[in-house]
Design a protein. Sequence first.
Length: 229
Amino acid sequence: MRILSVSDKVEPVLYGPYIRDRVGKVDLILACGDVPHHYLEYIVGLLDAPLYYVHGNHDKQILMPPAEEKWTDAAGLSWAVDLHARAAHQGLLLAGLEGCRKYNPDAPYQYSESEVRAQLTLLSARLLLNRLRYGRYLDVLVTHAPPRGIQDGEDLPHRGFEGYRVALDRFRPLLMLHGHQHVYNRMEITETDYGSTRIINTYGYRVIELAQEPNQGGWRLVSSSGQSA
């Protein structure tokens, strides 16, 4: 399975007629927030793959009509699924959490640590059903912000969530994909192994290839490449 993950930045190489030449065929598109509606619509239209997304802290300003919770095409068919505090099965077991740490009390998609813990409590019940049905909780966790202490910043808006580390310890997904932390230097760390999970900052875009483990139902990471600076 090939995944295109995008976050935080409109990439000219994707927002143009040669996107297929750049990324090839993809089976799934994951958006980690802070990219405009028209950009995602363009990518989905040219790549003809399902889109799952979470909101970033700037999405209120950059999303365009139709309303972000009703992303439909001209025929009224939904072309995007909001993953926030939800679980989904698209070949992979997916779940997501939106937003970043609260630094503006009245802004949308910003949360305190206690609010994130409440979101994780809700999500945990759904992931337990995955465990009972599929033998594992989760393959890919999609977030906007990173975990605390891993690819995050020290300033309040870019500080990651402690609760995410707790979730990784419990559910052990193969991948955690996030954005939020902008990358301006190719020497910056954008991939980190945390236990059995590969954490990837998908600022810009990443193309990730997975292979299914024979007779096990799970997945393994084959490759990750893209443009993040």
